[in-house]
Design a protein around this ligand. Structure first.
Ligand code: ZN
Ligand code: ZN
Length: 386
């Protein structure tokens, strides 16, 4: 079952220079606004942002990005791991380990000493973390949203290589599992086979809770797999992705089982046309809102507008859902190197649903599609019962 193409070496992930990008972004914002003019440090609480900046994957840590240095404050469980991971990723950061609550507090106080103003992203701290931070520094705390998230949007070639690998693991697993559906498995059977096979193909695990939704269950976009059996006349929505070295993939295909209601077939045709048009619309400079509109117009014109009940796509990276958002009226232009999904869908209560989703890298001339599973609408035939 092991595919040798899926076990070759991935290029090393380096984070060197990302701290400089944060300082540039802080300076850019300072130039544009009075509040952030005097920020001396950014305190990063979000673990994905910390990972992106340092390579650290532990479950507890706070990162301080100062003008002259970066300091990662973590607890006694992670000292050795942090030093090793930061060195491997090329992060220019000092590690401060606190082996007690008092030592952690002291580590934070020292790391913030002398700062006049300290920025915090209000979307990544709880109220309790904010209050604690206020007790650890006399600096003026400034709310500054999305500094690191913004920088994470454009992926390096090493990051894209991981998402390409994750997509290939998913494609390989799906190719093995689709024929099994003729044997009338349950939704859970299909999920279990997919997750097992993605791991066998080299994934660290599923990227999110795999969705297998057959028949009427398909009308719920985020249905959880149940003991429902795949039967004649169903559409089966499978939304599946793999995780490779912290990076996610995301793909959806919808399969027709035997003879299906003409309305379901029509829904599949329309969603497929919409999804292909969306893929054709993606390129650097195109706004995310225009990609959404391209997909949505086709579905609206076909009379299914009110049944396309979610946005067209989202960014993917260290998180399964991250910036940029491919939503109605998003005015931001897509940039080359961003990785986004294109996933229109139509859902009819009591009957079923269709969603088709690919993961793509935005390029100057279009996009590079990472997910390769076929989208043809030939019906799967169930094996005869006897
Ligand atoms: Zn998905
Ligand atoms: Zn998605």
């Amino acid at each position: 079952m092991t595919n040798t193409n899926l076990s070759s070496q991935l290029p090393p992930l380096t984070v060197a220079g990302r701290d400089a990008l944060v300082r540039e972004e802080l300076a850019r914002r300072a130039a544009a606004s009075v509040e952030s003019a005097k920020v001396d440090a950014l305190v990063v609480f979000d673990l994905n942002n910390i990972r992106w900046l340092t390579g650290f994957t532990g479950s507890a840590g706070t990162l301080i990005v100062r003008r002259d240095e970066m300091v990662l404050v973590t607890d006694g469980r992670y000292g050795e791991q942090a030093r090793a991971q930061l060195a491997a990723a090329g992060a220019a950061a000092r590690v401060v380990v606190g082996t007690s609550a008092a030592a952690l507090r002291e580590g934070m106080e020292q790391s913030l000493s002398g700062a006049g103003a300290v920025a915090v992203d209000p979307t990544e701290v709880t109220h309790a973390q904010y209050e604690t931070l206020r007790g650890q520094t006399s600096a003026n705390l400034v709310a500054l949203g999305g500094v690191v998230q913004q920088l994470r949007r454009r992926k390096s070639s090493a990051e894209i290589a991981r998402m390409r690998r994750a997509s290939a693991c998913t494609d390989a697993a799906l190719a093995e599992v689709v024929p099994m559906m003729s044997g009338r498995p349950t939704e859970r059977d299909v999920r279990d086979e997919l997750e097992y096979r993605m791991r066998r193909h080299g994934a660290d695990g599923p990227s999110y809770d795999t969705i297998v939704a057959t028949g009427a269950n398909g009308a719920r976009p985020h249905h959880r797999p149940t003991a429902t059996v795949i039967e004649e006349g169903h559409l089966v929505v499978i939304d599946v992705g793999a995780l490779v070295d912290g990076y996610h993939s995301d793909m959806t295909r919808t399969y027709l089982i035997g003879e299906v209601d003409p309305v379901l077939r029509r829904m599949h045709d329309v969603v497929r046309e919409s999804q292909l048009a969306g893929l054709a619309a993606v390129r650097a400079g195109m706004t995310a809102g225009d990609v959404d509109k391209t997909c949505r117009d086709i579905i609206v014109d076909a009379g299914f507008g009110s049944e396309f009940i979610h946005s067209t796509g989202h960014g993917v990276g260290l998180q399964i859902h991250e910036q940029p958002w491919v939503r109605t009226a998003m005015p931001e232009p897509l940039q080359s190197g961003e990785v986004v999904t294109v996933e229109p869908g139509v859902y009819r209560e009591g009957l079923g649903g269709v969603r088709i989703e690919d993961l793509v890298v935005v390029t100057d001339t279009g996009c590079d599609i990472l997910t390769a599973s076929p989208k043809d609408i030939s019906c799967l035939q169930l094996a005869p019962t006897n």
